[in-house]
Structures are given as C-alpha cells and as structure tokens.
Design a protein around this ligand. Structure first.
Ligand code: MTE
Ligand code: MO
Length: 457
C-alpha cells in the first residue's frame, strides 16, 4: 500500500476555505505528521481557549471532508436506520455547553519511569464552547432497541499502513445523557478541520479519546466493541501497579471520566520574583463526571500549610474549567515551592504522587512551581542545554521508520530495550517493513539514542 507522504497539503487547501481554520500559534509540536500539537502554558490564562491555541491530537493524517457529500449513517440495533445530511442535523434542536476536552495521555511525559506515546506536558487540554445537537435526539429518532449496549463511532480519517481504524464506542447510558452532543461549532465558529469538521462527538467529563472527530457513522451495538482502540488502547489498571508492570489489556478497564486537576499558569517554574511586591498565583482547575470544581487550595511552602484560592463564581459549570487566583506578597527573600490542589463536587482531590500505569493515562498530580524571591531581578537565567550527541541511524532505518511519521515522535521517547522491542512489534504490525537482519541494529540505535534518561535531555 502506498503511503501519502505529504497529504497535509490537501488539508491545507481545504482549510483555507473556512475562517475558523486560522493557523495555530505558539504550539509545541509533538509530532508534525500525523499532527499532534500541544497548547503552551500561556494558554491556561484563558477561560475559553482560542482556536489558534487549541491542542490537536490525531492518530493519522487529518481528512478533508466535503460537506455537501458528507453523510452521517445511524444503524445497528435500531428500529429505523437512516442517513442524515448536515442540513438534517441542523434542523434538530441546537444545544450549547462549555466543556474541557482533555486527552487521556495529557501529562504522560511526567511519568517516571517513562512510558511510550506522545510525551505531552500539561497542554493536551483546552476549554471550549460547543454547539450542536444531542446525540440522544438522533438516537431517539432511530429508535434504540432494548438490546443496545454501546454506541460505536467512526470518522472519515483513514488508517496508515495496516494499523486498525480509529473506532471508539461509549456505553448507551453516556450516549443518552443530555450533555453528550454531536457538535458542528466550537467557540461560536464552524468546527475547524483539525477538530473534526463537519461533526464531532462531545462527551463532556470524559477523556477525549471518546470524542470522535470527522464523524460519519454511528452504529448501535448489542455488545461491547472489541476493536483495537477499545480492547487494547485506552485502558487503565484501575489501581496503582508497580512501575514497569506489563498489565494485559483484558485486566484493565476503559478510560472514561477525567480526574480532578489543576494547572498553575503563573508564575512560571524556575522564575524569579521581587520581595515586597504582590505576586498573583493563578491557573485553572477542572474535573470530569464529578465536576464542577468546588475549591482550589494553594501552598507556598511546599505543602506545610494551605490557603483557599479565589474561584471565578460565574464559571461554576459541571464540565468547563474554572479560573482561580491566589494573591500573595512574598515578604521574605527565599526559594518558595508553590503547590495547587483542586477539589470537586464529589470531594475528590488531587494526589501528591503519580499512579504509574503502562500507557501513562490520567496524570493529575498536584502541580508544583518553584520561585526564587529576591531583592533585585538578575539577568536571564540560562536554561540547561540539551545534549545532542546522537549517533546516525543504521542503513534502512529512515526508509522503514520515517515514511508515516518523522523522527520527532521517536526522539521524545525514553524507553528501555524491552519497551523499544514492543514498539518495534507494534510498528511492524502496523506495516513497518522491518527485516529480520535489521532488527537488532534498529534496537541498538533506538536504545543508545532514545533510551531511559532524565526528562528534557
Ligand atoms: N476520528 C478520530 N477522532 C479522534 C481522534 C482520531 O485520531 N480520529 N483522536 C482522538 C483523541 S485521542 C483526542 S485526544 C481528541 C483530540 O481532539 P482535538 O484534536 O480536537 O483537540 O480527538 C479524538 N478523536
Ligand atoms: Mo487522546
């Protein structure tokens, strides 16, 4: 099968047609193709995340959909299967809500020891105003049979090589919840191409792997879907396990609700501040099914003592994030460790330590920034320079490994030989033509350049 090397040109051409597809700005590029873009820390200063700063996560290349040809089919365990055009969708009652969308793997890069996958920092999350129709209204029109257990979504994106198609299902109960939407607008604009134009699932409170983009098909199932993206990916042990434990997928549970979480937007970690001058400590906090966030406590002494931060009263929605602020005037020159800890309506709070899991999902550890409070600001501190002594790849590596994606997704990994071995198996299964005699050489190269090492090197 031939792999389109530069299919994003097609996407760019489609994107020019809509104002909501303005170029992204200030993003951390975790993978150039397929495109995985992280929101910078400055994005946590906004209540509604502007589209220019909204994170993007795609397993494959972004598809361009011609909306006049686009159809949504509804079938399976229903009385009347049918097909909708976009005009049909827009005739259904419109609903609007604010909700965080957060990747299950947000914060994966913080786990120690490291796990494979996109090494997200804090920013594979955003808060948007969604407009669309209730999935329940669409399902009611089809007449869901009593045998229904799950709703399976498929989108217009096409798998690369022999990787399985990205198809995700949610239980009927979540699908019929009045907050679960099929959205065609984001922040008052047409849904951008990268975010699922023309229609995507909005499953508020749940990690965004359930928020299928470029939706084309809804199938009502009488059993649990057993495709790769449900049975192998997006699963969590549901309890703490020792680091590096290889838990078989059938002994794990699907990732569903987000966990209560806060992020400190300011001050920045490693920055300086002046003694005697007010310093605003601020950020956002959100939860999942157990939202809204009801309190955020802040410590400026590494957790010895805590005080409540002020929460925005008018942002008390179940699924959106809430901005918080804590005003503090450091009276003494010292090195301060600032922590923030959110609590939600069900009384859940953030843990102080990681709950390691094989795929690095659900990171919600209490965030920490350190600030040096001084009499006079010194000139810019030099950040440590990353070491760049990489050896060149063995023959055949580029042709075999860099056809679907670039080396960026490989460079960010920090894996053991056993983990690289599993990655090679996964990629071979998806169509990477690794020859038997090349395998050891590839492993040596990957381990010596992208083996376990401290974060940021
Ligand atoms: N069809 C389709 N839907 C998808 C994906 C995908 O690869 N294909 N990625 C999912 C994942 S893992 C995430 S985190 C969100 C990201 O949504 P965003 O790019 O709009 O921020 O989309 C989800 N929906
Ligand atoms: Mo994700």
């Amino acid at each position: 099968m031939s792999i389109p090397r530069r299919s994003f040109f097609l996407v760019a051409a489609g994107a020019l047609l809509r104002a909501s597809d303005r170029p992204k700005q200030d993003m951390l590029v975790r993978s150039a193709r397929p495109e995985d873009l992280e929101m910078a820390l400055s994005g946590f200063s906004d209540y509604i995340t502007p589209l220019e700063h909204f994170f993007v996560r795609t397993h494959v290349y972004v598809p361009t959909v011609n909306v006049s040809e686009w159809r949504l089919t509804v079938e399976g365990e229903v009385a009347t299967p049918f097909t909708l055009t976009m005009d049909d969708v827009k005739k259904l009652p419109a609903v609007e809500l604010v909700s965080v969308v957060e990747c299950a793997g947000n914060g994966r890069g913080f786990y120690e020891p490291a796990v494979p996958g996109i090494q997200w920092g804090n920013g594979s999350v955003g808060n948007a105003r969604w407009r669309g129709v209730r999935l329940a209204d669409v399902l009611k029109r089809a007449g869901v049979k009593d045998s229904a257990k799950e709703i399976l979504f498929d989108g217009a994106d096409i798998p690369l090589g022999t990787m399985p198609d990205f198809q995700r299902s949610i239980p009927v109960k979540k699908a019929l919840d009045g907050h679960t939407l099929l959205a065609y607008e984001m922040n008052g604009e047409t849904l951008p191409v990268k975010h699922g134009f023309p229609l995507r699932v909005v499953a508020p409170g749940w990690a965004s792997d359930s928020w299928a983009k470029w939706l084309t098909s809804i199938r009502v199932l009488d059993k649990e879907h057993d495709g790769f993206w449900m049975k192998s990916a997006y699963r969590h042990p549901g309890k703490p396990v020792a680091p590096r434990t290889a838990v078989p997928p059938d002994q794990m549970q699907p990732v569903t609700s987000l966990r209560v979480k806060s992020v400190i937007a300011a001050p920045l970690d490693g920055s300086q501040a002046l003694s005697g001058k007010p310093l605003a400590i601020r950020g956002v906090a959100w939860s999942g099914d157990a939202g809204p966030v009801t309190a955020v406590d802040v410590s400026i002494d590494g957790g010895r003592s805590w005080k409540p931060a002020a929460l925005q009263e008018d942002q008390r929605t179940q699924f959106g994030w809430r901005q918080w602020e804590f005003n503090w005037t450091p009276s003494q020159e010292a090195y301060y460790t600032i922590l923030a800890r959110a609590r939600d309506a069900a009384g859940n709070t953030q843990p102080f330590d990681q709950e390691w899991n094989p795929s690095g999902y659900g990171w919600n550890v209490v965030p920490r920034v350190r600030v040096d409070v001084v009499q006079e600001l010194s000139s810019a501190l030099q950040p440590p320079q990353p070491s760049s002594t990489f050896s060149s790849p063995p023959a055949g590596f580029k042709n075999t490994c860099l056809s679907c994606h670039d080396e960026d997704v490989i460079r960010q990994q920090r894996l053991t030989r056993a983990q690289w071995d599993r990655e090679l198996k996964k990629m071979t299964g998806w169509g990477a033509p690794v020859k038997d005699e090349e395998r050891e050489g590839f492993l040596d190269y990957l381990l010596s350049n992208y083996g376990p090492r401290p974060r940021g090197r």
